[in-house]
Every structure is written in C-alpha cells, then in structure tokens.
Design a binder for this molecule. Structure first.
Ligand code: NDP
Length: 448
C-alpha cells in the first residue's frame, strides 16, 4: 500500500467513531498524494504523516456550572493542540451541543493548513464544549465561561496557545473567558483573540472572515475572467461569517439573495437587508422569522428534513457560511443545474466530499474553507501582533492587510495547483501550499 493509504487506515484504526476527523484527513491526504509520493521514502522514515495526524496534545475536561434555578450542570470541555511547528497553537473555541472530540480534531487538523496558508506564524489548534449558549441567560453563560477557563487557563498563553471564537463563541463569551484568565493568572496578555475593542481587540476582526471570503472570491473570479459585480449570490448561515460576507458582497456590487439559520431560510429576491439581518441576529439573537416579518420582499421557508434550502435558488456564486456538511451531492446538482459558476466556503467543511467532486467535475470553481475563510484567523494573528506591540491599528490598516493576505493566499494556492499539474484545483493547491511549509518546519525541528 502507498504511504497515504497506510496513514488513512492508521487514522481510522486509531481514532474510532470520529467520522468528521477521518473525512478531514482523507480530504487533505488524497490531494497531497502527488507531493507525498515524490518524497515517500523520506516522509515514511520520519513518520511525518503519522505525526501530522496525531495531535501534539489533547485536553479533555469537566466543566461544572450552576444554572439560574440553582441546578448544577456538567458539560465536556476540549482543547486539541494539534501542531505548533510554525507558531503557537491558534484556533477557535466552539460551543454547540454537537461538539465532540472528533469534531474538534477535524477542525484542529484543518486549522494547521489554514494557518500556514495565511503566511503568518501560527500553529493549529481548536477547542470547545457541548455547552449550548442558546436560551441561556448572560449570568449562565458567564458561569459556564468562568468554569471552562478555570481549567483551560493552565494550558494556554500568549506564546503557547491563543484560542478565539467560533460557532457559539462571540464577543460576549470571549469577554467572560478573558476576564477569568486575567483574574486567575494576574497577567494582561493577548491570550485570546476576538476580544472587545476596549480590551485589546482588533478593529475589523468581526468583519474579517466574511470580508476575507469575498476578497478571495473576487480574486479567484478575476483570475478566471469573471467580474463579481452584479452576480447573484446564495449564502447560507446568518451568523458572523454570513452577515459580513453578505455586507462585503453588496459593497462589491453583487446581490446576495439568501441566508439561513438552524430552523429556516430566507429568499429575498431584492437582496438581503444587512441592517435588518444584523438587528435580528446580532442584537435580538432571534430567528429569521423576525426578518421575514419586517421585510415584505422576503420569503421564509421552514427547515424540513430532506429539504435543500438555499442551494435550490438560482445563483452565480454560492457561499456556504453556516456549518459542516450542509451542502451535499443533491445540493451540488441543483447548483450546477441552475448555472452556478463558483462555490467558496465561508464555513469549515460545509461541502461533502461527493459534492466537492461533483462541482469540480462540472467545472464549478471551488475554493475550500481552508483558504477561503482564512481571513478570520489571519486577522486574529494581526490582533496578536497589535497586542504584542501594545498598539492598535486603524480599521483601514487591518482591512488592507487582510485584503493583501487573501489575495496572496489565492495567488499561492493557484501557483501550487499549477506547479503540481492540477491547474484550477484550488483544494489541492491549498492543501499542498499549506502542507509544504509545515512539513519543512517539522523536519527542521527534528523528532518532536
Ligand atoms: P455563528 O454561530 O455566528 O453562526 C452560525 C450560523 O449558522 C448561525 O446562523 C446558525 O443558525 C447557522 N447554523 C448552525 N448550524 C446549522 C445547521 N445545522 N443548519 C443550518 N444552519 C446552521 O458562527 P460563525 O458565523 O462564526 O461560523 C460559521 C462557520 O464558519 C463555522 O463552520 C465556523 O467554524 C466557520 N468559521 C468561522 C470563523 C469566524 O471568524 N467566525 C472563521 C473561520 C471559519 P442559528 O442562528 O440558528 O444558530
């Protein structure tokens, strides 16, 4: 068997019942085959791939807290410190009932390559909990965050591991987590990113993932002779990534017509009203039914099992920005049938492997999340730089650096795909470009 196949079997054997992690490793290693095969003997001897797929450290912990009724609740906490070859571990915390070790490992593994692609010195990690912030009072969220940090603090630090937000972890949660870290450690340092602007946060971090997605999408389309202006865009999600992707798309002259949440989706042929969407989702934390109630042009559809939501709408570009595996083969077929030209992932692994293959086979330009949503972590790294300098940059400064980083990422993945004979395969290009830097650093640092 080839080295790649050996390692794929090894991952399944050593990590039972973690399908998302298997999927993430398979997706990466399959596209690295050509590079691995060219260096097979050396990599095998150094067990480079076994080391790459095995986290440097996995921390699992109990998170007890007291709810508003005085009842003690217990959740599971996770931090996976996957790879520190090129910098301190960096990656978000996700609070969602679906969180388990396999999901955190899939996200942490992806993060290694994404962070490498940014060109900034950050390693890969991810963490979170099966805690659900939805429907909890501020006091309950604070109690949970304080308990979570009471264990996590001993494993993280500005030069060790710098977590950030992800699904269910926004400004409020980062604030509570930072406060508890500072209190326990008695140290004011940039240990978390996504912080509030009054305590070390970076301007443009909130917008970064969505804006970055559009900077990269525009660069990719331009390289293929397409102008983003006037294009119709289907977006999924109604959270941080989706909202700012919609906003930047509109600033670029495109027309986003959909968004979705976990209970339903909106089709608004006149274009999504971002101010209203922000009010419903960021301020009121309400359902999209409230958006539809205030917007006569919007059609609301309840999410039903087996129904394919936003991807059934005719569009030129699709930007999945909600969650993993939300765009499957049937969705991909609907997009192709409707003439969709490009899919760029705002979320992490929203497109299934079968759907990705179908899109690529049907000549849809496809950029995976590793490259397309790297703007968030890149701006987090810029936040780390500002914290180290004890300075704050202007919005324009951060935004223009973000734009440069995203355009550079596209140039690198495009060049890597071409170099290895896979022109236009941006998934392979991203994996190859991200991997080579990490592999080089791991080799240089010896067997650690
Ligand atoms: P948020 O929690 O802000 O938003 C997530 C959105 O997706 C919400 O609207 C949520 O609905 C919806 N959603 C969640 N699960 C489902 C589901 N099963 N079906 C349909 N909709 C669903 O998260 P973010 O916007 O921050 O993150 C979205 C994705 O982007 C994730 O995959 C995340 O890992 C990735 N990402 C985020 C980055 C960031 O900087 N924020 C950086 C890089 C990647 P509801 O409103 O009902 O909860």
């Amino acid at each position: 068997m080839s080295y790649v196949d050996d390692v794929l079997s090894y991952v399944v054997e050593k990590n039972p019942a973690q399908p998302e992690f298997h999927q993430a490793v398979k997706e990466v290693l399959e596209s690295l085959r050509v590079v691995i095969e060219a260096n097979e003997e050396e990599y095998r001897k150094e067990a480079l791939l076994e080391r790459l797929v095995t986290p440097e450290r996995q921390i699992l912990f109990r998170v007890p807290w007291v709810d508003d009724k005085g009842q003690v609740q217990v959740n599971n906490g996770f931090r996976v410190q996957f790879n520190s070859a090129i910098g301190p571990y960096k990656g978000g915390l996700r609070f969602h009932p679906s969180v388990n070790l396999g999901i955190i490992k899939f996200l942490g593994f992806e993060q290694i390559f994404k962070n490498s692609l940014t060109g900034l010195p950050i390693g890969g990690g991810k963490g979170g909990s099966d805690f659900d912030p939805k429907g909890k009072s501020d006091r309950e969220v604070m109690a949970f965050c304080q308990s979570f940090m009471t264990e996590l603090y001993r494993h993280i630090g500005a030069d060790t591991d710098v977590p950030a937000g992800d699904i269910g972890v926004g400004g409020r949660e980062v604030g509570y987590l930072f406060g508890q870290y500072k209190r326990i450690r008695d140290t004011y340092e940039g240990v978390l990113t996504g912080k509030g602007l009054t305590f070390g946060g970076s301007l443009a971090r909130t917008e970064a993932t969505g804006y970055g997605l559009l900077y990269l999408t525009r660069a990719m389309l331009k390289a293929n002779g397409i102008d983003i202006k006037d294009k119709t865009i289907a977006v999924s999600g109604a959270g941080n990534v989706a909202i700012y992707a919609i906003q930047k798309a509109q600033q670029m002259g495109a027309k986003p017509v959909t968004c979705s949440d976990s209970t339903g989706w909106i089709y608004d042929p006149e274009g999504i009203d971002v101010a209203l969407l922000k009010e419903v989702k960021e301020v009121k934390r309400a359902r999209l039914t409230e958006y539809a109630a205030k917007r006569p042009s919007a059609q609301y559809h309840e999410k039903k099992n087996g129904e394919h939501g936003v991807w059934t709408v005719k569009c030129d570009i699709a930007l999945p920005c909600a969650t993993q595996n939300e765009l499957d083969l049937e969705d991909a077929k609907a997009l192709v049938a409707n003439g969709c030209k490009a899919v760029c992932e705002g979320a992490n692994m929203p497109t299934t492997i079968e759907a990705t293959e179908y899109l690529q086979a049907n000549k849809v330009f496809f950029v995976g999340g590793k490259a397309a949503n790297a703007g968030g972590v890149a701006t987090s790294a810029l936040e780390m730089s500002q914290n180290s300098e004890r300075l704050s940059w202007t919005f324009e400064e951060v935004d223009s650096k973000l734009q440069g980083i995203m355009e550079n990422i596209f140039a690198n993945i495009d060049a890597a795909a071409k170099k290895y004979g896979m022109e236009g395969n941006y998934v392979a290009g991203a994996n190859i470009a991200g991997f080579l830097k990490v592999a080089e650093a791991m080799k240089a640092q010896g067997v650690v």
